[in-house]
Design a protein. Structure first.
Length: 576
């Protein structure tokens, strides 16, 4: 079934990426084949479902998933071959594409669970999955119909755009709004979504439903990938990540849709796609936009409703799934207690549900960074770029938007290259700090910087350990924070040095800014990316990939684990 779905999916890619309606005879002959592919998969799915139900003599989780797919195929077929008004919606060929894609993703996800039969370090598997996604995205973006003018992108440009989307960076070498077609923009949107959460997360989600569950080895593998120490919580954690992502993206999409003016779009469908694209881009902290000129476009520059909707969406995307889930449980517990006490008049058994230490720490760090960044930007640009915003609310909204976007997303409502040195330095620091651990954002992470700062104060006070919230920070956490910070400087430094060597015609200021943006997967740019030669683009591709996966993660995956020893050496004090 997998190989048949793969062949059918490749045909759909060929049909979408190469054929145009201008070649009517050729197009409609291939259209007939496409319909045949669709009905073939529909019948095949129905047969497999029937045989499986008869074999098990009861309905299981994968049967419900297959039944849902079969109903989808049935509705599309009925809509295309009947005159029922309610099903007119399904007459377009895009629903055939979606159906074939669903079957292929389901089969791919089921097969991805078989990786546990091979000896694969989950970290190496995590790295390989991103590399595969980048090359697949590159191939899709090289198709002629991915570009608006019908000429294929070069391999380097396609790989750069694919890497930028998968690593949720947002740096571009082609203008998304004018040089990519709807198909090209759709590919970018899918790459942002899958890259933001990780291809293993998505395949694990679909694999769980279409295969009927996880084996013990699957739970071990996904437990390490998701950072979940309890095997019994692996599935629930995976489902929560997917649920939280889609929930906030839907909310963000609705808020963005409401904030838009109808006259700026040709149709409701175009407006819906704009809202979906930018909601995914914001939540995944990617920073891609389909607006010509970005948020500096006069039609959107003073749309503060849109900017606030994007800001809150990207903030929630950058907080981390553990914090969002912990917050949900906390308020759910409190609300349940209030309802039982005052509405149902029942005795409520008190269960201590408080923020975990990490949730408190992450939330505090984020609030401090958000407040400080907004205030500093407001001060630096009050008589500068913010002069365009006449009202105090407008100045605050623009500052709030830029201060948060600079941390990991890369949206910009003003030309970054025209800003002064203090603001560019602020942006560089914010990009380096980044978002929260366990989020879709980049950077070294806000908690890493916080641990480093707290360590300085701890040393100044003569304490042996870092103490916070009546807890002692583990020594391993301090070591990891130090390693991440040092490696970030090394990676940015090497990237900058190579860019200076290969692109001497560009200023050092723009190249160092570009290196920081690429490694920290932010996407803010002084305009150097499009002026880079092929060598420079490849350097940034590698930098973005390393920044997304993590240099420490790569080193840990490559270096063999040291066996534990039963002895300890004497300690020595180093002079500083």
């Amino acid at each position: 079934m997998f190989y048949m779905s793969l062949v059918c999916f490749c045909y759909v890619i060929f049909h979408v990426g190469y054929l145009e309606r201008k070649q009517l005879k050729v197009y409609y002959s291939y259209e007939i084949i496409l319909k045949g592919v669709f009905y073939f998969l529909a019948v095949l799915n129905g047969l497999f479902l029937t045989v499986s139900v008869i074999g098990y003599k009861r309905l299981r989780i994968p049967h419900y998933a297959s039944l849902f797919v079969f109903v989808y195929f049935f509705l599309v077929a009925l809509g295309r071959n009947s005159n029922i008004d309610l099903l007119e919606f399904f007459k377009g060929p895009e629903w055939i594409y979606v159906g074939v894609a669903i079957i292929f993703v389901a089969e791919l996800s089921k097969n991805s669970l078989l990786f546990d039969n091979f000896y694969f370090n989950p970290t190496i598997l995590f790295i390989i999955s991103y590399l595969m996604l980048i090359f697949i995205g590159s191939g899709l973006l090289m198709l002629p119909r991915a570009s608006s003018h019908g000429i294929s992108l070069s391999f380097i440009d396609a790989m750069f755009m694919s890497t930028s989307a998968v690593s949720i960076t947002g740096l571009t070498v082609v203008d998304v709004s004018s040089q990519l077609s709807f198909y090209g923009k759709f590919v970018i949107m899918v790459l942002m979504q899958v890259g933001g959460l990780g291809i293993m997360t998505f395949t694990g989600f679909f694999g769980y439903f279409f295969s009927g569950g996880f084996s013990f080895k699957n739970q071990l593998m996904y437990g390490e990938i998701l950072g979940e120490t309890k095997l019994g919580s692996v599935v629930s954690t995976l489902l929560k990540i997917i649920f939280i992502t889609f929930l906030f993206e839907i909310i963000g999409g609705v808020l963005i849709f409401i904030s838009l003016e109808d006259y700026t779009f040709n149709s409701v469908g175009e407006k819906v796609f704009f809202a979906a694209f930018h909601s995914i881009s914001a939540f995944c902290n990617a920073g891609f936009t389909t607006i010509d000129g970005g948020m500096t476009n006069t039609l959107f520059r003073h749309n503060y409703g849109l900017q606030l909707a994007l800001t809150f969406t990207l903030i929630f995307g950058g907080l981390g799934f553990s914090l969002v889930n912990n917050t949900y449980i906390y308020f759910k517990t409190k609300l349940t207690a209030l309802v039982k006490r005052f509405v149902l008049h029942k005795q409520h058994i008190y269960k201590p549900q408080v923020f975990s230490f990490n949730s408190k720490f992450i939330l505090t760090c984020n609030l401090l960074v958000i407040a400080a960044a907004t205030l500093f930007f407001l001060i630096f640009q009050y008589d500068g770029a913010l002069l365009e915003d006449e009202s105090l609310f407008g100045k605050f909204s623009a500052s709030f938007f830029m201060a948060n976007s600079a941390r990991s997303t890369g949206f910009n409502n003003m030309h970054v290259a025209t800003l002064g040195a203090p603001t560019l330095l602020l942006f560089s620091v914010l990009m380096w700090i980044g978002a929260s651990p366990g989020s879709t954002g980049g950077g070294v992470k806000v908690t890493t910087v916080a641990i480093a700062v707290l360590n300085v104060f701890s040393l100044a006070k003569g304490k042996e350990n870092i103490e916070l919230y009546k807890r002692k920070i583990m020594h391993e956490s301090v070591q990891k924070a130090f390693a991440i910070i040092v490696l970030s400087f090394v990676a940015i430094g090497i990237s900058f040095l190579l860019l200076v060597i290969t692109n001497p015609h560009l200023s050092s200021k723009t190249l160092i800014f570009e290196s920081i943006s690429a490694y920290c997967t932010c996407g803010l740019s002084l305009g150097a990316s499009q002026d880079l030669n092929s060598a420079g683009k490849i350097i940034l591709v590698v930098t973005m990939f390393v920044g997304r996966v993590g240099l420490l993660t790569i080193i840990v995956a490559l270096i063999k684990d040291t066996k534990s020893r039963t002895y300890k050496y004497p300690t020595e004090k180093i002079m500083f």
